[in-house]
Write a protein that binds this ligand. Sequence first.
Ligand code: NDP
Length: 377
Amino acid sequence: MLPDNSKSHTRRKFINKVSAVALGSMLFGSYANARQDKKREVMNTKRTAGKLGIALVGLGKYSGGQLAPALQETEHCFLAGIVTGTPEKAKDWKSKYDIPDGNIYNYENFASIKDNPAIDIIYVVLPNALHAEYVIKAAAAGKHVICEKPMAINVEECDRMIDACKKTGVMLSIGYRLHFEPHTQEMIRLSKDKVVGKVKKIIAKDGMSKVEGWRLNKALAGGGPLMDVGIYCVQGACYVSGMDPIAVKAKEGPKTKPEMFRDIEQSLSWEMEFPDGTIAACESSYAEDMNLLHVDAEKGWFELSPAYSYRGITGKTSEGKIDLPGVTQQAGQMDDFAMAIKDKRATPVPGEMGRRDLKILMAIYKAMDSGQRVEIS
Ligand code: NDP
């Protein structure tokens, strides 16, 4: 039997051995970590090289479900940062998209984003009534801005947003993703080239039967389905006709759930009158799923159904099918904006287009409330 001291000697030897192993594995661990960090840095540099950094403001359904995934496909911009009021989301997004701590902001420290050269573009994806405030703050921070549709909840806000961006020399665009979608482009071409004759009538419908949260609150949404999805009909009628409407008429639909739609419309129908006499008959609803852009021309017709979805847009004409590939619209939209900034050219979906649409939306509400034809100057 070994004496006690030799026992402790053995234990010391054992401890030393264990310590050496621990130290070795610690050293190896830190070496491995450093290698991992280096690898990540190289990967990130490769992933982001030459690209503009985008920060998404408001990590809701659209940011999480569409924009962040699309930013994994973009070639000219990447997801560099986030602005959120929800710390758990910041944690999730940080690990999911490898976002550095320094590029994570909340609504209180938002202004300090001005000192962050990694962020070139701020993308405002908040409830409609918060768009103006954050676009103006983004412009003050010297960042280019994308603002989700509808641009704001009234024309006066649009004016302030456009002025703020002009003042600091940043570009402003609206999240009108369909302008970067091939079937939509084909509808515009068919109309412009009068492929089946001159356009006579446009029918546009967009509605969804499920709605919740801030969309039911007029103070945050600015209105009902017209502001949220009906805006796609307004857009569709304008891009297909290639004109802005001169007057509108509108009628509110019945409220089957008055307790839910207290201060917003549940559905409505309206007509837009264009300078050459073309009429667009439109419908929008929070009670019914609808998704159509149909055009009657002198010698035939063409349509998309669905016309405004993220995926699966399908088209046909009186002559046959519109056979085009599907694309990630949001990737095309954000890449085009990044290229417009780099090339110092205008965006096809500027703040002025968002403002024009707000003017039309406000005229439609005025026509709906008054029952009168409202002219748009
Ligand atoms: P969500 O309700 O899913 O997300 C909005 C996010 O805004 C919230 O998750 C929250 O993010 C943040 N937020 C800050 N303040 C508020 C508040 N007072 N109430 C509610 N949310 C708040 O909305 P969506 O993502 O569906 O819509 C956001 C915007 O994007 C809207 O303007 C909408 O019209 C537009 N949109 C555009 C689409 C398109 O196809 N172009 C499609 C869908 C929406 P956080 O917790 O991170 O602070």
